[in-house]
Design a protein. Sequence first.
Length: 346
Amino acid sequence: MKPLVTAWEQYHLGKWSILSLVMLLLLLPLIQFMVPEQRLVTNSLLFSFTQLFMLVTLASNWNMTGGFTGYIDFGHAVFFGLGAYGTGIMMAKVGLPFGPSLIVGGVVAALFAVFIGSATLRLKGPYFSIAMLGTFVAMREIVRVARPLTGGGSGLTLPPYLNRPLFYYVTLIQAIMVVGFVWWLIKRTAFGKSLIAIREDEVGAEMRGINTTLHKITIFWIAAFSTGVVGGLWAFQNTFINPDVVFLESRTVDLVMITMLGGLGTVTGPVIGATVIYWMRDVIWANFLQFHLIVQGLVLILIVLFLPEGIVGTLRDRSGTTIGRLWGRYFTTGADINHEEAEAGT
């Protein structure tokens, strides 16, 4: 039976759909100039999309190590916090402008990733995850006691600057760049293929001549730099940081849940997962304000039980998950069944 849409047509349809979506997002801030009376609504919408773009970037960064190398990082939010404090200290203590301070925040996170990754990435499985969780907790307390530099528990106040379109465009461009980079890395480079080989069989990858330690540390600091930049952007937009605000355990839990929901080890999984979780969370907060953490925990349990391969994995292989089997059972058309029987008869 000839498919209704060929693979080539699907490729072009997907490409033009993505380009159309990007163009629409690029034009969104212009609404406030075309319809001035809707400025407040537009600014609120821009803020929501800014948070979504940050979440997409953070989830894609976490997926670089957790998804493609198989090293589940329970302390990834430490790079967000270091980027926020690196940017905040440069602006509040040194007096640098935002641009150079943001780069410093990313570099601080990347350097710390090289330092801590050289030790922790030699560990396997849960030992790496626990070591990174311990690193996260330890760094939060170090920031808390380093009062002369970080302000301790009182935190730091950054110069206020409110420009919703600017933050919107910066976070949108970063999200596009990170997702595009991940796609290029995995689909077009031998380095990306090596990361997949490490995830599937690290010993076998070493026997084939892949320097697994170097590969893991390299992708670790790349993800950390991008996460540190997001932390710096968040700090500048928030204008205030302290250890309890930027070093949140729930931030890493969010990234794990988002990536698992969308599809662990896929390019588009973090984008889809972040979009679903972000807008769903708005609904949960609006209707279950006092129980939103309980509802969020239940969502994570349901993901593990019914969508172990995520949304992307389920769509690719409808027979590989519980929902996929239900889909195949109830939505297979009679024509498909007859076609399969005819093929079996021949």
